[in-house]
Write a protein that binds this ligand. Structure first.
Ligand SMILES: [Zn+2]
Length: 159
C-alpha cells in the first residue's frame, strides 16, 4: 500500500480506538503508520532515511522484521508500561494499522520471521497503486473526519 493509504487508515483506526484528537498524538499515529516501510528504500519513509532503509532491505528484506508481531508486541508492552503516554499510544496504533493494511495486499506480511509464511486477510487482496486502494484511502479519510465530529456519539452507543 502507498504511504497515503497507510496514513489514512492509521488515522481512522487510531481514531476509532480512542487516540486523542490533538496535534502531537496524531503526528505519532502518522509516524507509526509509515514507519514499518523503512525496510523498503523506495517507500516514502525509506527515501527520508536511505542509509538505514537500504541496510534493512539488504539484510532482512521488505515486509519482514519491521512488519513482524515482535515489534508490534514490544510497542504494545511499552504502551502498558507507559499507559498514560498518548504519543506512544498513537505510535503503537499507527504501527499496528500498517501491519493490518499490508495484510490486505496480495503478498501479505511475514508476521513471524524467520518463518517465511505471509499472512493475508482475504483472498486476492488490494493491489498497491490500484483504483481500489485509492478508493480505500478516500473512505478511511472520510471515516476519520466523521470520527472527529461523532466519536463521542459513537462511544455513547457502546454499553
Ligand atoms: Zn508495509
Amino acid at each position: 500500500m502507498r504511504f497515503y493509504t497507510h496514513i489514512a487508515f492509521g488515522l481512522f483506526f487510531s481514531g476509532l480506538l480512542g487516540v486523542p484528537f490533538e496535534f502531537l498524538p496524531l503526528l505519532f499515529v502518522i509516524l507509526g503508520s509509515v514507519l514499518p516501510d523503512i525496510d523498503y528504500p523506495f517507500s516514502f519513509i525509506g527515501r527520508l532515511f536511505p542509509r538505514i532503509s537500504r541496510q534493512l532491505y539488504n539484510t532482512v528484506g521488505h515486509r519482514s522484521v519491521t512488519h513482524s508481531v515482535y515489534v508490534a508486541l514490544a510497542l504494545v508492552i511499552s504502551g502498558f508500561i507507559f499507559s498514560d503516554n498518548p504519543l506512544l499510544f498513537g505510535l503503537t496504533l499507527g504501527y499496528i494499522s500498517h501491519l493490518i493494511l499490508d495484510m490486505g495486499t496480495p503478498s501479505g506480511v511475514q508476521l513471524a520471521p524467520p518463518a517465511g509464511y505471509a499472512f493475508t486477510i482475504f483472498e486476492g487482496g488490494v493491489e498497491t497503486g490500484s483504483k481500489k486502494e485509492k478508493l480505500l484511502a478516500v473512505i478511511f479519510i472520510a471515516g476519520f473526519i466523521l470520527l472527529l465530529f461523532f466519536r463521542g456519539l459513537l462511544y455513547s452507543l457502546i454499553p
